[in-house]
Ligand binder design. Structure first.
Ligand SMILES: [Zn+2]
Length: 347
């Protein structure tokens, strides 16, 4: 399976030497433009946003960025990617190798989240096997074995996490040939349906129900959508591990959301009414007089779902911004203020 290299730096429009802050800014700018909730052209916006989100998932995380950089700088966006020899990626799609049986299942997912390139380099986000042990067919029954469980990731927007949604996904996989039941032969001849391989490729479309209040890391189970069983063995299950999309306006931490709010010096001093984004839309909040950079205003219950029906909080984090360019008139006002002010921050 050919995999296309992703140039995450190019996707975010930053250089390889950009600082973490520059990368964050580039992401926020692009995410505002292409976020499915904001973008004018929803379809294009969504595809583009996924790409941006994936790029930031890597470049916005020092560990992942380092690993990505270790691939070297000579790769080109869209060129065929082969992991360097000895490259180890954690996890993977399948729960356990089936090498001893000579089986090789390839699963490809559409509409769930990260690209094949991402999966190849970083493994499934969870990086682990499903916790349930694969159940084997009862011993002594020849060639009958339950299929393995399969795990992948599903990227969920914060709005979806809150309200729930139905998402179409495409799953392309190798299945036991229905004509020859995996033997590769019919009437002592090569099976025409699978050319003797015993397997055929099947493309399946499912609707995945994302329940309201879904938690990050939670696994959605699609019974019987895993690897096919051997012989009369049942198919395994497909688990989709929920992973939240990065949001241009919010940082996430343990169910709480953080939103940086830039304010003018006079708003900080005098107090102000400003509009801030929440997952429910924009609301008015009051900036108290004398607010400082780093100060947090809490909007209780406006965070992410927690266990049960609880919700985390939204913290608006104040950042007092100073104008870098001012007019002559403004300069005169600041000079007056400097002369008359009784404020002496170093006394
Ligand atoms: Zn066949």
């Amino acid at each position: 399976m050919a995999i296309e290299y992703k140039d995450y730096y190019q996707i975010l429009g930053v250089s390889r030497t950009s600082s973490a802050d520059e990368i964050r800014k580039a992401f926020r700018k692009l995410a505002r433009e292409f976020h499915p909730d904001v973008a004018k052209n929803k379809a294009t916006g969504e595809t583009k946003f996924k790409e941006i989100n994936e790029a930031y998932e890597v470049l916005g995380d020092p560990g992942k960025r380092e690993k990505y950089d270790a691939l070297g700088a000579n790769w080109k966006q869209g060129s065929e990617f082969r992991p360097p020899p000895g490259w180890h990626h954690p996890g993977g799609r399948r729960t356990q190798g089936d090498a001893q049986e000579g089986r090789d299942y390839e699963f490809q997912f559409g509409g769930t989240g990260f690209s094949d390139f991402f999966e190849q380099v970083f493994g499934a986000m969870g990086g682990s096997k499903p916790e349930s042990q694969p159940r084997r067919g009862s011993p002594g029954v020849n060639f009958s074995q339950q299929g393995e469980d399969v795990e992948s990731d599903i990227l969920v927007s914060l709005h979806e996490a809150l309200r729930g949604s139905i998402r179409p996904i495409t799953l392309q996989r190798r299945i036991t040939c229905e004509r020859c039941h995996g033997t590769g032969a019919t009437n002592h001849k090569e099976c025409p349906a699978c050319q003797g391989e015993g397997q055929t490729t099947k493309v399946e479309n499912y609707q995945v129900k994302i329940p309201p209040g879904v938690l990050e890391g939670q696994r959605l189970r699609l019974a019987g959508r895993g690897e096919p069983g051997l012989g009369r063995g049942k198919s395994g299950d497909l688990y989709l591990r929920v992973y939240f999309e990065k949001h241009p306006d919010f940082r996430m931490e343990d169910g709480n959301l953080f939103h940086d709010l830039d304010i003018a010096p006079w708003e900080a001093v005098l107090g102000a009414q400003v509009k801030v984004s929440t997952l429910e839309g924009r609301v008015n909040i009051k900036i108290p007089p004398g607010s400082q950079t780093g100060q947090r205003l809490r909007l209780r219950g406006h965070g992410l779902p927690l266990k049960g029906s609880e919700r985390g909080d939204l913290y608006v984090v104040i950042r007092v911004q100073v104008p870098s360019q001012i007019s002559e008139a403004e300069r005169a006002l600041w000079e007056n203020l400097a002369q008359d002010s009784t404020f002496h921050p170093r006394d």
